[in-house]
Design a binder for this molecule. Structure first.
Ligand code: SAH
Length: 221
């Protein structure tokens, strides 16, 4: 990747990114740490070159295989809710790597990030891209997130970027006591939901309406 691509020109410049951050503030994102990561993460390098000029619009964009990169507002909101009042999390699981943008946003805010994706070409592309960009605490695997990652857990936080009808049981099991999970739930009418673990109890709070791609099972090569 050349420096020009990373530093960005024109529509991908720092100024354009700052405008996005201003919009995120107006939309209610208030965690300064999250806003600062959103300002420094180059979203345009995670999407197809033909769409790069739209990278700092606050919209979801196609990344191939019927999937989308999440809207920046959604990425910021989920990150903010995952952190709660913590400045940094320890071990975090992300389900649905997609193009790796949300992983890049989480990377500086966590010690170790384990990210799983079920579609092989998206997995390998995201893994290579995150490696090239030197996000060395992000560990990608090709796997169906329904099972979590039992040998890497338990996790202080779990972020799910696709919507199941119900929370996969394995994910609840792999959350530490006091841990937080942010997950969209439902079919047509999805709700972004925060689940906090308190011993054997799971406290659920609905955050807002959501529109995510469906959570599917199995691995697709
Ligand atoms: N956070 C991503 C958004 C990706 S869209 C980004 O920033 O680009 C959601 C992703 O979840 C898709 O790539 C989809 O293939 C994946 N997905 C859906 N169900 C899954 C499952 N059971 N396990 C792992 N990944 C899943």
């Amino acid at each position: 990747m050349d420096t020009q691509q990373l530093s960005g020109i024109g529509m991908t410049s720092q100024r354009t990114r700052n405008r996005l951050v201003q919009r995120l503030r107006e939309a209610g994102i208030s965690n300064e740490q999250v806003l600062s990561v959103m300002a420094s993460t180059p979203r345009h390098v995670f999407i197809d070159e033909a769409l790069a000029h739209r990278a700092y619009e606050d919209t979801a964009l196609p990344i191939g295989y019927g999937q989308t990169i999440s809207q920046p507002y959604t990425v910021a909101r989920m990150t903010e809710e995952l952190l709660g009042n913590q400045r940094r999390l320890g071990r975090v699981l992300e389900v649905g790597t997609g193009c790796g943008y949300q992983s890049a946003v989480l990377s500086p805010l966590v010690e170790q990030l384990f990210s799983v994706e079920r579609i092989e070409p998206l997995f390998s592309r995201a893994r290579n891209r995150l490696y090239d960009l030197k996000y060395r605490n992000v560990h990608c695997s090709l796997s169906d997130g329904s099972w979590g990652l039992p040998d890497k857990g338990p996790f202080d936080g779990i972020l799910v970027a696709a919507a199941p009808e119900q929370v996969p049981y394995a994910l609840l099991e792999q959350l530490v006591d006091g841990g937080r999970m942010v997950i969209p739930l439902g079919g047509e009418q999805q709700k972004l939901t925060l689940i906090s673990r308190d011993g054997d109890e799971f406290v659920t709070r609905i955050l807002e309406d959501a529109l995510f791609v469906p959570f599917l099972s199995g691995v697709q090569r």
